[in-house]
Design a protein around this ligand. Structure first.
Ligand code: SAM
Ligand code: SF4
Ligand code: SF4
Length: 387
């Protein structure tokens, strides 16, 4: 049985139990001008769409898919429940008309989805109302990247983010909990660079007491390599990882450790709603040196960034989530598989976004450490709606 905050949980609730849908807006009559970004109740425009293409993964990172819950009998979604590539592309097109300019494919492990490059090619063919291609990227654990990088690039993928929680093989094998070696992820990153994927990022989730000693070695390894390393605070996402505040290492501590090794200068955000705070390695004159590159910190726990959160999330079977910490989504699949026109689909999505007020992390930051702003509600898992 799984531990939650030191206490034994009463019962492990399969994550599928939580996949209820919120009622769709009764009337999609809310007026909006097509091809103009829609805004939510807090004035946040829709800009970024994260699409989970599978709820399965070949890793069992304890902070995301602990083995005790995601065991061999875990009820993953059957294939017929998943959105097809055509359904995903049609839905993405509706989002693009409403302001989305960036699409991130995620999961589970997105490279496990068969023929993922076919979906990438379909998404790469989409155009904004002004005729521009979209910014398309993908987050992967890197295990299949060495094999797939060239096909992904050829299909139209521009960028990739690889998750890697340390360089020490023992620590990494323990964290992925399937004994997967660091060397194979590093080979995937090299293959992505060789294939011409640009702006490669590496995400490291930092868990105090588990891999904090890997912060400086990771920074040393990627400094000057053309890869941007980002340190992510361990988040209380989902309901299965037994999250505890004392396992979160605040990003401010990460920056302190790095500053003790190298001079760093703060950089400005490169895009609206950017989740990472950027720091550049400085030269002898104290100026940012692009050849040495930059690092980022994503302080989801200690510094809420709900204020400009412009991200919508589409689950593997077509539920639209407005926040990583939401407990329910909106069933877009029933709309897509119904007889709705493209315009009616756009209007429904616009109405849903216009009713959005989610700001979970802000609420949590106003409460005592370890408290849960939504204790009565179970949250969906990261592996189901993607990071
Ligand atoms: N399997 C892919 C991967 O690991 O890159 C994509 C999906 S994974 C859910 C997306 C990102 O979420 C990864 O970078 C992962 O490290 C991060 N993540 C998962 N659980 C997390 C947690 N509890 N706190 C912070 N980041 C987490
Ligand atoms: Fe899999 Fe990614 Fe979750 Fe790790 S973080 S278990 S690789 S989905
Ligand atoms: Fe966005 Fe929700 Fe995270 Fe706030 S808590 S930044 S609204 S996903």
């Amino acid at each position: 049985m799984l531990r939650h905050n030191g206490a034994m949980s009463e019962r492990i609730i399969p994550v599928v139990d939580l996949r209820h849908s919120l009622p769709l807006p009764k009337s999609a009559a809310t007026l909006f001008a097509l091809n103009h970004p829609v805004q939510d109740l807090r004035g946040r425009a829709l800009h970024d769409l994260r699409i989970s293409v599978t709820d399965r993964c070949n890793f069992r990172c304890s902070y995301c898919m602990p083995k005790e819950v995601f065991h061999k009998d875990y009820p993953y979604l059957p294939h017929s429940e998943l959105l097809t590539f055509e359904e995903i592309t049609r839905t993405a097109q509706a989002f693009v008309a409403l302001g989305v300019r960036k699409i991130r494919l995620t999961g589970g492990e997105p490279l496990l989805r068969k023929n993922i490059e076919v979906l990438i090619a379909q998404l790469a063919a989409l155009r904004t109302p002004e005729g521009w291609p979209l910014d398309i990227t993908l987050t992967t654990n890197g295990s299949l990247l060495a094999r797939k990088a060239q096909a992904l690039k050829d299909a139209g993928l521009q960028r990739v983010t690889v998750s890697l929680d340390g360089l020490d093989d023992t620590i990494f094998r323990q964290m992925n909990d399937v004994d997967f070696p660091v060397a194979d992820v590093l080979a995937g990153i090299k293959a992505a660079q060789a294939a011409g994927l640009s702006h490669i990022k590496v995400n490291m989730v930092v868990k105090r007491g588990t891999n904090a000693q890997e912060i400086v070695p990771m920074a040393r390894h990627f400094r000057g390599s053309g890869v941007t390393l980002r340190f992510i605070e361990y988040m209380d996402v989902g309901a299965t990882n037994g999250w505890r505040m004392d396992e979160v290492l605040p990003s401010a501590r990460v920056i302190e450790q790095l500053k003790a090794e190298w001079p760093l200068v703060a950089l400005t955000a490169s895009t609206p709603g950017e989740t990472a705070q950027r720091w550049g390695y400085a030269d002898a004159q104290g100026q940012f040196d692009p050849r040495l590159g930059e690092i980022g910190v994503i302080s989801s726990v200690t510094q809420a960034f709900c204020g400009d959160c412009n991200r919508a999330r589409l689950s593997t079977e077509g539920q639209l989530y407005l926040c990583l910490f939401a407990s329910q989504g909106y069933d877009l699949r029933s709309l897509i598989r119904g007889s709705l026109t493209d315009e009616a689909l756009r209007q429904q999505i616009a109405s849903i976004w216009q009713g959005r007020s989610d700001h979970y992390s802000e609420l949590r930051s106003l409460m005592p450490a370890d408290s849960n702003p939504t204790p009565d509600r179970k949250r969906v898992e990261m592996s189901y709606i993607g990071g």
